[in-house]
Ligand binder design. Structure first.
Ligand SMILES: C[S@@+](CC[C@H](N)C(=O)[O-])C[C@H]1O[C@@H](n2cnc3c(N)ncnc32)[C@H](O)[C@@H]1O
Length: 289
């Protein structure tokens, strides 16, 4: 089976949530994902913040982050504005907003953003194929730049290469699986134009990261997995989804007993950095410092 066919088969085991990914605002995103306790951006936040604080030692000034599968700017809200998922569920998943017009939602949002503290010195670029979601994130000021593209099928346009030249850190939550090594192959020439960025990906145990790690290794990267730690991404949406996922895990030789069998999809953290950075400070030391 090709890697592409394997990813497709794994994706079929998961509930299809595509209908909430590309709306004019994130009310349904938070409404639906709130029911499933979608939590991975919250769990990723302290790790990404730690990476950013290390990167500040090697560079003065603004840290440039590329969030892959950025959606409505969720990781940007966590990292730039120090928000939590509970803030976002409260703000955008709020039932009082359900019947609101687009103008009312926009006004509510402007008020919300106006009351936030000064953002961290981070510039956020987001890539996603969902044009309405990234437009929302850009209008809200969560993203500084958005690139609407499906790198699984299309090459990176010339104009995007300029936006990606200064990237220091690539992040993703809930995205690997939708994207494969094909997207990374298309991104790598653009993001490594200057200093090679670090790449932190939270990846469901369901999906193999090896094909992406192999692509990255061709550009001088070494990938480390944070051992002994899993991160609950969300609850299963149904017993059927859970059964299908457990079956897929077993087929991949991963034992779900006491793990996904308890009711949640679990992610792991992979950090890819230039070989010399890994030699200087391995992942456990980096994240405990
Ligand atoms: C589960 S959501 C995660 C969103 C966000 N990172 C979070 O954790 O809340 C998956 C995101 O991946 C995006 N996506 C799916 N296929 C993609 C592709 N081929 N390229 C870029 N983004 C993609 C979807 O539009 C959606 O925004």
């Amino acid at each position: 089976m090709t890697a592409e066919a394997a990813f497709e088969e794994i994706n079929e085991a998961k509930a299809n949530l595509d209908y909430i990914y590309d709306e004019p605002d994130p009310r349904n995103y938070f409404g639906e994902l709130g029911k499933l306790d979608y939590a991975i951006p919250d769990l990723a936040k302290p790790i990404f913040q730690k990476l950013i604080s290390h990167l500040r030692y090697r560079k003065n000034g603004t840290i440039h982050v590329l969030d892959l599968g950025c959606s409505y700017g969720i990781n940007a809200a966590m990292l730039k504005y120090d928000l939590s998922m509970s803030d976002l569920y409260h703000h955008w998943g709020n039932e009082a907003l359900l019947g609101a017009t687009a103008e009312e939602v926009a006004a509510h949002n402007r008020e919300f953003m106006r009351d936030l503290d000064e953002p961290a010195d981070i510039e956020m670029v987001g890539i996603d194929l969902a044009a309405s979601a990234t437009a929302f994130a850009k209008d809200a000021g969560l993203l500084d730049e958005d690139i609407v593209i499906n790198l699984e099928t299309d090459p990176l346009p010339e104009v995007a290469k300029e936006k990606l030249a200064p990237i220091d850190l690539v992040t993703s939550t809930g995205c690997v699986g939708y994207v494969t090594e094909k997207s990374f192959d298309r991104l790598l020439p653009a993001v490594t134009q200057g200093q090679a960025p670090w790449m932190g990906n939270f990846v469901l145990r369901l999906f193999p990261f090896e094909p992406i790690a192999k692509s990255l290794s061709e550009w001088g990267y070494v990938t480390e997995k944070l051992e002994g730690q899993t991160f609950p991404q969300r609850h299963f949406s149904s017993t059927e989804e859970q059964e299908q996922v457990l079956e897929q895990l077993c087929e991949r030789g991963i034992d779900p007993a006491g793990q996904e069998s308890e009711g949640s999809l679990l992610a792991e953290f992979y950090l890819s950095r230039p070989a010399e950075d890994v030699a200087r400070c391995p992942i456990e030391q980096l994240l405990s410092a």
